[in-house]
Design a protein around this ligand. Structure first.
Ligand code: ASP
Ligand code: MG
Length: 470
C-alpha cells in the first residue's frame, strides 16, 4: 500500500449533530488506515455568526449571558448525544465549559467599554472552532483513536491584519515541525482549530470568514501533504448556480487559477485565498460532501482538456458600478492612481476595473454596501466630482464572469460570449478581461443575470472542448 499524508477539513452542517460527527470519525479512520492524517475543523454551523453577533450586541452595551448559556447548552447536547465513553463525555463537557467561562467576562468587558476592536473580535470569533475540536478529540478517543486538540494559534503564524490575517509560511513551517510532526510520528492525530492563528507576539488573529479552508491548505503546504480534502455541504464547484441553471454540473477538475476565479466570484464554496499555499506546493485539493456519492471537484495544476472552453459562469449580484468621467482626465498621469488610492484609504474593495483608451472615463465596480461611501469620497476630493469630472453610480447592476483556462489562445470566445448575450437581449454596460485570459467579466442589469447565465451555459460552442492555436 502506498503511504498517503492527508489533511481533512470538515465544516458546515455535518458538524451539527452526532450522526455527522460519526461520519467524520469514519472518514478519519479510512484516511488513517492509508497513512497519516491531520484534521482541521470549522465551527459547528451557525456558531461563528452567533459569536460575532454576541460581540456586536455587547459593543452596543447589551448583556449576552443568555446567548452564551445557549451556546454551551448546544455544545453539551452534542457531546451527550454521541460521545459513548462516559469518562470522555465528562472530559469534553468540562473543557467546553472552561472555554465558555472565558466568554462571560470577556463579553461583559466589551459591553461595559462599548468597544469592540478588530483584535478583540478576532479573539472571540474562533471560539466555535475551539469547542468543536474538543468535542471531536474526545469522541475520537472514545472510539479508541489517539488524537489531540490543537489551537490554531499554535501553528498558524500570521501577520497582524486582524479579521483577515495572512499566514507567514516559514513561521508556520517552523511551528509545524516543532509541535505537530512529533505528534504524528507518535501516531496521534492532530485535530486543529481552523480559522484562527496568532501573530509572532502570540495575539490571536483570524484568516477571514470561511478561513478554516485556508488553515487546511496552509497545513497541507507546510507538511507537505499528498492531498487536502475539504468536506463541505456542497459536492463541489459547479458550472453555474444550480438555483438558476437546473442542469448545472459539478466540475470534476479545475485548476487553482480557475478555482480562485470562482471563489472570488462568490461561489461561497471556497475561501478565495486558500488556494495560494496549495498552488505553491502543488498539492491537490478535493472538495467533497457526505451527502453525495459523486467524486466532487479536484483542484490541481493540470488544465482539463476534456472540458469546454468555458468551465463556469458566475455572478455577483450585490454590486454597484461607479464611473468617473471627464475630458480633463485624458492624458493626465496619476488620475487612475488617485481614484484607487482614495478607494484604498477608505477601505473600498474594487471588484472590477475598466478604462477605455480614450481615457475620458474610468469605470469600476464595488460591493453595493461600499457604493455610496465611494461616491462621497470621490465627490469630496479636490480632484474629482467638482468642476471637470463627473462621478456617477449605478446600483441596479451585477457582474457576471465567464471562467475557463480553455479561453487562452482560443480565438473568438469573446465574440461568442457576447453574441450569446445579444441573442438573449442582454445589454452589456461594461467589459473587462484580465491578460491571464481565463476570465471575461461584464456588468449588466441585475435583473438580467439569470438570462445571461442561461444564455452562456446553453451555448454549446462555449461548453465543448476546442483546438487551441498555440
Ligand atoms: N467558522 C468560520 C466562519 O464561519 C470559519 C469557517 O467556517 O471556515 O467563517
Ligand atoms: Mg464555515
Amino acid at each position: 500500500m502506498v503511504y498517503r499524508a492527508t489533511v481533512e477539513k470538515f465544516g458546515g452542517s455535518i458538524l451539527r449533530n452526532g450522526e455527522g460527527f460519526s461520519k467524520i470519525i469514519n472518514a478519519i479512520k479510512t484516511s488513517h488506515a492509508q497513512g497519516d492524517v491531520i484534521v482541521v475543523l470549522s465551527a459547528v454551523s451557525g456558531v461563528t455568526d452567533r459569536l460575532i453577533s454576541m460581540a456586536k450586541k455587547a459593543e452596543k452595551g447589551s448583556h449576552v449571558e443568555k446567548e452564551i448559556d445557549s451556546l454551551f447548552q448546544d455544545h453539551s447536547q452534542l457531546i451527550n448525544n454521541f460521545i459513548l465513553d462516559s469518562e470522555e463525555r465528562k472530559n469534553a463537557t468540562k473543557t467546553c465549559k472552561d472555554f465558555i467561562e472565558i466568554l462571560y467576562p470577556l463579553l461583559d468587558a466589551v459591553s461595559r467599554l462599548k468597544e469592540l476592536t478588530p483584535r478583540t473580535l478576532d479573539y472571540i470569533a474562533p471560539f466555535g472552532e475551539k469547542l468543536a475540536i474538543q468535542i471531536l478529540t474526545h469522541a475520537l478517543k472514545s472510539a479508541g483513536v489517539a488524537a489531540k486538540a490543537i489551537d490554531g494559534e499554535e501553528v498558524i503564524k500570521t501577520n497582524d491584519n486582524f479579521g483577515n490575517a495572512f499566514p507567514i509560511f516559514y513561521e508556520c513551517q517552523r511551528a509545524f515541525k516543532e509541535k505537530i510532526l512529533p505528534m504524528i510520528k507518535e501516531g496521534i492525530i492532530p485535530v486543529i482549530a481552523g480559522f484562527c492563528g496568532s501573530t509572532m507576539k502570540g495575539i490571536t488573529t483570524t484568516l477571514g470568514r470561511g478561513g478554516s479552508d485556508f488553515t487546511a491548505t496552509t497545513i497541507g503546504a507546510v507538511w507537505p501533504a499528498d492531498e487536502i480534502i475539504l468536506w463541505k455541504d456542497v459536492t463541489g464547484l459547479m458550472s453555474a448556480n444550480p438555483k438558476i441553471i437546473s442542469n448545472a454540473e459539478i466540475l470534476e477538475k479545475v485548476t487553482y487559477a480557475e478555482a480562485a476565479e470562482l471563489a472570488h466570484f462568490g461561489a461561497e464554496v471556497l475561501h478565495p485565498r486558500c488556494l495560494i499555499p496549495a498552488k505553491k506546493k502543488d498539492i491537490p485539493i478535493t472538495i467533497k460532501s457526505f451527502s453525495s456519492s459523486t467524486k466532487g471537484t479536484i483542484i490541481n495544476n493540470k488544465p482539463n482538456e476534456k472540458e469546454g472552453i468555458v468551465k463556469a459562469i458566475v455572478a455577483l449580484e450585490d454590486v454597484a458600478q461607479i464611473t468617473v468621467a471627464g475630458e480633463a482626465m485624458a492624458g493626465v498621469p496619476g488620475v487612475a492612481s488617485e481614484i484607487f488610492k482614495l478607494m484604498a484609504e477608505n477601505l473600498v474593495n474594487i471588484v472590477m476595473i475598466s478604462m477605455g483608451s480614450s481615457e475620458v472615463n474610468v469605470t469600476f465596480v464595488v460591493n453595493l454596501e461600499d457604493g455610496e461611501r465611494a461616491v462621497r469620497v470621490l465627490k469630496r476630493s479636490s480632484n474629482f466630482g467638482r468642476v471637470w469630472t463627473n462621478v456617477e453610480m449605478e446600483d441596479d447592476v451585477g457582474v457576471c464572469a465567464v471562467v475557463g483556462e480553455g479561453m487562452k489562445f482560443t480565438p473568438g470566445v469573446a465574440g461568442k460570449v457576447f453574441s450569446a448575450l445579444g441573442r438573449a437581449g442582454v445589454n452589456i454596460r461594461t467589459i473587462a478581461q484580465g491578460s491571464s485570459e481565463l476570465n471575461i467579466s461584464f456588468v449588466i442589469s441585475r435583473k438580467d443575470i439569470p438570462k445571461a447565465i442561461k444564455a452562456i451555459h446553453d451555448a454549446t460552442y462555449l461548453r465543448t472542448p476546442h483546438k487551441k492555436t498555440k
